[in-house]
Write a protein that binds this ligand. Structure first.
Ligand code: FPP
Length: 233
């Protein structure tokens, strides 16, 4: 991954993307939803490469939610197959990869082979500082309950916000600055509920397969104009 690019005065350290609109993008072309997901992966790769050039410290992608299992089996299988292909390629080129890979979500839902690969990728990149979070079988409420259960396992009787944050899947990432959602819907769909507390939100009608570096730059340019008060005046 290559040289640097800059946008705006105040740069975010951590951006998260809700990649929505693959199905509609495919439908507009008279194609099955799976076709949209295939182009969704290409958009993901383009956006990740751009975020690398921008020097972001952490970037998070909502690839598969705890609710997405309700989709037709054919579509679920297609998304997981695309994920397997991508992660297989990552594994082969892991030394060229700059990011620490972290999977957000409960891996118990996946079969042994897939889970083992996810764990190998996390383990082999764990000493890198910049983070790529891939949310897979992820739900924000599920993450909070999971963190509570970890605290209960430790028999903790009181905790601080900082303690709680160390139990979240995102413990390795800096504070979330910006959530970008494509596809036109104005909601966060159970994504990073704790982490979103002070994040800026950016919504665009662009469908995810059409989202690329120029759209990332537009989101960051808007972010840099926002006044963040974190509850102050
Ligand atoms: C939402 O669009 C998209 C998803 C639920 C899947 C996103 C997954 C990918 C882009 C593949 C990720 C792969 C890697 C390697 C990260 P939608 O299907 O809900 O679109 P719609 O709202 O138009 O129906």
């Amino acid at each position: 991954m290559s040289d640097t690019a800059t946008v705006g005065a105040v740069k975010p350290r951590h951006i998260a993307f809700i990649m929505d609109g693959n199905g509609r993008w495919a439908k507009k072309r008279g194609m099955p939803r799976e076709y949209g997901h295939r182009f969704g992966v290409k958009a993901f790769q383009n956006v990740l490469e751009h975020c690398d050039k921008l020097g972001l410290e952490a970037v998070t992608f909502y690839a598969f939610s705890t609710e997405n299992w309700k989709r037709p089996k054919r579509e679920v299988d297609a998304i997981l197959k695309l994920m397997d292909t991508y992660l297989g390629e990552c594994e082969k080129k892991i030394d060229d990869y700059v990011f620490r890979i972290v999977f957000l979500g409960d891996k118990a839902a996946f079969d042994e082979k897939r889970r083992a690969r996810m764990e190998r990728l996390e383990e082999s990149t764990k000493n890198r500082t910049r983070v790529l979070n891939i949310a897979l079988n992820y739900g924000g409420r599920d993450e909070i309950v999971h963190a509570c259960n970890r605290l209960l396992d430790e028999k903790r009787t009181s905790v601080t916000e900082a303690d709680f944050a160390t139990m979240l899947y995102t413990a390795a990432s800096p504070e979330l600055d910006l959530i970008v959602r494509t596809g036109g819907d104005l909601r966060i769909s159970n994504f990073l509920l704790w982490q979103a507390a002070y994040a800026e939100l950016y919504f665009t009608n662009v469908l995810w397969p059409d989202f690329g570096p120029a759209e990332v730059d537009a989101a960051i340019a808007e972010f840099s104009l926002r006044k963040r008060r974190f509850g102050g005046v």
